[in-house]
Design a protein around this ligand. Sequence first.
Ligand code: FUB
Length: 344
Amino acid sequence: MPEDSINHIDFDELNKKATSLPIVTHLYTADPSAHVFENKIYIYPSHDIDAGEAFDDLGSHFAMEDYHVFSMDHIEGDVKDHGIALHVNDVKWAEKQMWAPDANEKDGKYYLFFPAKDYDGIFRIGVAISDLPYGPFTPQPDAIKGSFSIDPAVFKDDDGSYYMYFGGIWGGQLQRWRNGVFNASHPDSPTAFLPKDNEPALLPFIAKMTDDLLQFDESPKEVEIVDENGNLLLSGDNNRRFFEAAWLHKYKGKYYFSYSTGDTHFICYAIGNNPYGPFTYSGRILNPVVGWTSHHSICEFKGKWYLFYHDSSLSKGVTHLRSVKIAEIKYNEDGTIQTLDPYL
Ligand code: FUB
């Protein structure tokens, strides 16, 4: 639900109709990446704060400084806050804006992947390591070589390969990398360098990770999202094209790439036959929530599938003060996902 309609909302009534309520209420949390480690659900969200930055279309008001990790033994059980897992002050290369993170596990070690702006104002993606799923995490001294933009999501395939999906337009800067180098001109414009409406939309990226999960093992490649005729979605197709919040999960042997459409506020998905795609647009998972952003993850726990998402209902509509929620998702026989309404 876009910001301009928020003034008319009766939040008590909205909460009565909400498909689910915030699972964390002592902090603002967003962009939840959920994984099952050691039979528990671990959630790696952004930790929203009000740093006093004015709202703009570059997302300057998302001025987050640290991450907390949360765990749950059961989907409806208590949510444990494990405290600060990583703070921007401990990351040598990063100056500010600790945006949507993800995590994964390999050989008993846990890896937190996170975007932040470096001291040149450029979003890069870093890695931090811990022996425990909830940290504290020790950051690498430098960002991943060749990394850019935001919203890393690291998927482990059944053969033991790990892939990072990433990217986000507007404040996420993806459009500034169209020639492989950062274009710093028009610094205040979120839309300069976007393709024209009738040109193919900008695409998210994928890179296989090295065995130690600390670097890209290949140059990042574009992830194609196509329509039912195999044509790339167009830049003007705002209801379907990729904006940010990449996520990958596997269901019955198929690869589901899901993402946010940003300015039209949908969580959509596209289905492919391998981690690299192409992925065919297949529909919406979540209709717009209260707040501008929509960002999610999808995770199986004890035989059921769940959507982890956020809205701004707890803050009564403040865009950058969001709260994580959970809802079960259901598949149809043909593998499509039933669209969820966040408020019934
Ligand atoms: O939380 C900051 C940014 O807002 C995330 O990186 C985007 O996906 C959007 O949710």
